[in-house]
Design a protein around this ligand. Sequence first.
Ligand SMILES: NC(=O)c1ccc[n+]([C@@H]2O[C@H](COP(=O)([O-])OP(=O)(O)OC[C@H]3O[C@@H](n4cnc5c(N)ncnc54)[C@H](OP(=O)(O)O)[C@@H]3O)[C@@H](O)[C@H]2O)c1
Length: 285
Amino acid sequence: MKALIFGADGQLGRALQRTLPAGFEVTALSRSDLDIGNETALNRAIDYAGPELVINAAAYTAVDAAEEDESQAFRINGSAPGWMALACARLGARLVHISTDYVFDGQARQPYPPEAATNPINVYGRSKRAGEEALLSSPNALIVRTSALYSAHGRNFATTMLRLLAERDAIAVVDDQISVPTHVASLANVVWALVEAGATGIHHFTDYGTASWYQFACAIVEKADAAGFEFDCRINPVTTAQYDARAARPPFSVLDCAATWAITGTPKHWEEELDIMLAEWMAAR
Ligand SMILES: NC(=O)c1ccc[n+]([C@@H]2O[C@H](COP(=O)([O-])OP(=O)(O)OC[C@H]3O[C@@H](n4cnc5c(N)ncnc54)[C@H](OP(=O)(O)O)[C@@H]3O)[C@@H](O)[C@H]2O)c1
């Protein structure tokens, strides 16, 4: 199958290329190859590649910056997926798009199933929901929502923590936002498995378990310490109000992944995936 991936240099884009199953031939485009916010260039790139499958791993992912950059966030996260859907419909290609737990307001106390009502509370979440809405009438589209992605390479919570541990005496980390840290390697494998299963519509996927950012940070500290990474830094739990980030965040955004896990199998607990990521990170140092 001829596949075209957008977001080739992002965390997920890289992992998709590393986990490519047999039988797929991939063209992967980064932002330097193509700005997906340019509709004409996007259509030209899709027509030129002539794919049977498009995977959109590109996104405007700077949650706080999006508050002051609404039109660009909506162009990349809201409009571009719709343009991709139209191009895919023209070519008869399938489209896989990645979305986020931030389409929910976080007021639930049970994990959100795919059909739960959305109510994003920040610009990033609203722009990602606009991207979902642009695909909902496409019969060949698959939307995979996920949360708190991290990997050994790239900018993410885990690599930021590891850098700050070596630089600071203390780090304040929010302890009242609960989601599921998810290793991009497990997400990438699941994206390919869902493609091979012919899945369409909205699917949820995260690793197993739940954690606050503070719990995630403590696990990183404990495991890095056990692996011999030297640092002298305390992690202090703070509330969302104390942290005072620009964008509001949902307090509880755990996704109910049962329907996806029924297809792909139950994933490892996030702490086991963190061990895998840390081993990769230590090996690359
Ligand atoms: N990261 C998370 O915690 C998280 C959580 C839930 C859902 N998601 C979703 O998961 C997907 C993958 O996220 P990720 O963590 O892999 O993101 P990432 O590492 O930030 O990668 C996104 C990629 O998109 C590229 N991009 C941004 N604007 C572009 C444009 N105008 N044209 C072409 N490429 C552009 C970026 O290029 P530059 O590097 O040059 O900016 C980057 O390489 C996204 O849809 C995201 O919304 C992420």
